[in-house]
Write a protein that binds this ligand. Structure first.
Ligand code: MN
Length: 289
């Protein structure tokens, strides 16, 4: 099932061809249009197994609206945290030597090791919303880079989740950009500017994407290929990511985990159009201002 949030926090089920959406909000008993009161979404992520048949029924009965007639929002609401993986594709780790040499950033060895870090949830924007380049880093001549990443949405949360049980805690997958000011300075700060985490276009539930390592990620800027990778080349796979992240911090329903950047990172400038496609999920188009 493809779940979308659209217009004023309506819940939608997107058709399998990705062209239309049915408003299934009324099938929820606890919906609240105020984005501050996002508990309904968090509960949906936790309890979807129990709610699913009602949503599927509503999707069958309801009127299909063309996607072009609605405004898609990020398919997440007020996540408690955005966890992101560093150094999870060896070809990206390799390219960072050259990139950091060019931009003058330090390259301590720990920066090249797999780990998790946090991004501010306030950096999230929806599909089609622009990345707004922050004034100060641009004025300082810093490069701002795209990283297009397969992204986990947590279902049932937990701490110290075993690798063998990890997929039971994954509600689904979406696309996120981990926009980054390249160079020196705290990683969380460089990746947490407003608009630095576009997420979309919808969430595909894990039952539809049973193998997250059989996907293809393609990111273009103004139609030119930049990132192009099979998720099979991910170093630390989804179950091990969930195990490791949950050994550090309790995962909660609706949390996001970005699985790390493929190789091919590069600079974005105002006027660019970033298009990120992950097979089995869809395409997110993101202008840059
Ligand atoms: Mn990243």
């Amino acid at each position: 099932m493809k779940l979308a949030i659209f217009d004023e926090q309506r819940l939608g089920v997107v058709s399998s061809d990705g062209r239309s959406v049915v408003d299934v909000t009324d099938a929820l008993h606890d919906h609240d249009a105020d984005p501050i009161g996002a508990g309904w979404w968090v509960r949906l992520m936790r309890d979807l197994d129990a709610t699913r048949s009602r949503l599927e029924e509503a999707a069958k009965r309801g009127k299909a609206l063309p996607l072009s007639s609605v405004r898609l929002r990020a398919p997440v609401l007020n996540p408690g945290k955005i966890v992101a993986c560093a150094a999870n594709y060896s070809a990206h780790v390799a390219e960072m030597g050259t990139v950091l040499h060019r931009v003058g950033g330090a390259r301590p060895s720990w920066l090249m090791d797999f780990d998790v870090f946090l991004k501010a949830p306030s950096s999230i924007v929806g599909p089609g919303e622009a990345i707004v380049l922050p004034q100060r880093p641009v004025a300082e001549g810093k490069e701002i880079h795209h990283e297009g990443e397969l992204t986990i949405v947590v279902g049932r949360g937990g701490a110290n989740i075993a690798e063998a049980d990890a997929l039971d805690h994954v509600r689904g997958y979406t696309i996120a950009l981990d926009i980054t000011v390249r160079g020196e300075g705290d990683r969380s700060r460089r990746k947490s500017y407003d608009t630095f985490t576009p997420v979309g276009p919808w969430l595909v539930t894990a039952d539809e994407l049973t193998d997250p390592h059989a996907l293809h990620i393609a990111l273009t800027v103004n139609g030119q290929p930049r990132q192009d990778v099979d998720t099979s080349t991910m170093t630390v796979k989804v179950p091990a990511i969930v195990e490791y992240a949950s050994s550090v911090m309790r995962l909660e329903p609706g949390d996001l985990i970005l699985t790390g950047s493929p190789p091919g990172v590069g600079k974005i400038v105002a006027g660019d159009l970033v298009e990120t496609t992950i097979s089995g999920i869809g395409t997110m188009r993101t202008p840059v201002r």
